[in-house]
Design a protein around this ligand. Structure first.
Ligand code: F6R
Length: 243
């Protein structure tokens, strides 16, 4: 594991953007796994700036988002589809046909999830999976559990997640109770993984994820087994790490 502790959120975002840019420069058709949430906002801003400065192009990359709330239409302001358009895709030269986000509405979620996995496989697999981490140690929407869920699946969100994410909704009741998420196996099959975290609220989750025994009760802890994991966190998120 490669651990980088940045002095600030901005520095964390810049380090992460540098890593993404260097991958795309060496492999213009790279396949990225992408998160939503507060953590990657700075990274997306940096990537958009690189595009505007004409030092990076996204035209040949393919992306797969980690997750989506169930039941929200694409244009719903809280959907991850909308998040990605507003914060990244609409501002760069990416081919929208090569962007994939799990659909929040489906007649048959089981079939849909298998198709999403197939699509990832047919793209050649994910070169770089970018992850945030939940306060409860979740990655994607793989919540603490008794086992590590495998492939893309429908999941019931935990109370802490609903509460944490209610900051984006007008009230906690408005937060969907279910989501579609890539599974732990889908994430672990990526050729490389970059985990980002910032702020004191993530310190406990980071400590449990990278310094304590691997357990499905802290889904991010499984990342310790990945052969190419980079963890980029700010000093606050690193504050409970001993060395
Ligand atoms: C979102 C996702 C989640 C978030 C996590 C942290 O696509 O996969 O696992 O990364 O909930 O969210 P923020 O960054 O808002 O603290």
């Amino acid at each position: 594991m490669n651990l980088l502790i940045a002095g600030s959120y901005d520095e964390m975002s810049k380090l992460a953007a540098k890593r993404v840019a260097s991958l795309i420069r060496s492999k213009p058709k790279a396949v990225l796994g992408l998160p939503t949430g507060s953590t990657p906002l700075g990274l997306y801003k940096e990537l958009v700036a690189m595009y505007q400065d004409k030092v990076l192009s996204f035209k040949d990359i393919t992306t797969f988002n980690l997750d989506e709330y169930e039941g929200l239409d694409c244009d719903n302001v809280n959907s991850y589809y909308r998040f990605m358009s507003d914060n990244f895709f609409n501002h760069v030269d990416i081919n929208r046909k090569h962007t994939n986000i799990p659909m929040g509405k489906s007649e048959d979620f089981l079939k849909y999830c298998i198709e999403y996995e197939e699509k990832i496989k047919n793209s050649g697999g994910i070169d770089l999976m970018i992850l945030g981490i939940g306060n409860n140690g979740h990655i994607g929407f793989n919540e603490p559990s008794e086992y590590f869920p495998g492939i893309t699946h429908r999941v019931k969100l935990h109370k802490e997640t609903i509460k944490a994410n209610s900051r984006f909704f007008s009230c906690v009741e408005g937060v969907p109770r279910y989501a579609i998420t890539m599974g732990i196996r889908s994430i672990m099959h990526s050729r490389s993984i970059m985990l980002l975290a910032n702020g004191p609220g993530k310190a406990e989750a980071i400590k449990k994820a990278i310094r304590e025994p691997i357990t499905p009760k802290v889904p991010a802890s499984v990342l310790q087994l990945h052969q190419d994991l980079t963890v980029i966190i700010d000093e606050e998120a690193a504050s409970l790490l001993d060395d």
